[in-house]
Design a binder for this molecule. Sequence first.
Ligand code: 5RP
Length: 225
Amino acid sequence: MSDEAKRMAAGAAVELVLDGMRLGIGTGSTAEHFIHLLAQRVKAGLSVTGIATSERSAELCSRLGIPLTNLDETPSLDLAVDGADEFDGALNLIKGGGGALLREKIVAAAAKRFVVIADASKQVAVLGAFPLPVEIIPMARQPLSQRLAKLGAVVALRQTADGKPFRSDENHWILDCAFGPAITDPPRLAHTLSGMPGVVEHGLFCGMTERVLLGSDDQVTVINS
Ligand code: 5RP
């Protein structure tokens, strides 16, 4: 899928930003387009305060001059904008491909409006072709892997290029759970995962998304919840 489609979606999201807004700022390649386009508006005089969903996005925002705050100072946000790995017809999402799902969910939940920016490769009939990231406490790896396998997932510990366990910004591990395109009831699976001791958070975002801005090379389609 082209980078232009992601940029188009990001551009439509930047148009939703109004002067004075408190903004949640996502993570990933589509969110990085949003950050670059937002920075152009900030340079032109727009006043916003952002909360980034990852160290990576925070670093980019700082470099481009977007003022940042935190949830202690600003516990409630006007709008959060983020990418997704998959979304279905009910706007349930899989997120966390970039490993930022925990902070992404916290920030999205703190926002009055949560808008997803995506290209067509992310739109699916049934979630699950993209392995579902589950953020865990390291000591729970084996029991959780067994429980997740019993639910039908092929489970893999996410690793860095040099073979070490990937660490999230909050210093947890991530199990990537390949269910196949078979997550027919995302809220139910989300509930089950949330009840497993050792699971810090999972990448199913259910009932949170107000709209998806779906970019293509020449247009943006708005899909409302
Ligand atoms: C990071 C995420 C990203 O939003 C998701 O992986 C989409 O990334 P991209 O825009 O690069 O396709 O959830 O944790």
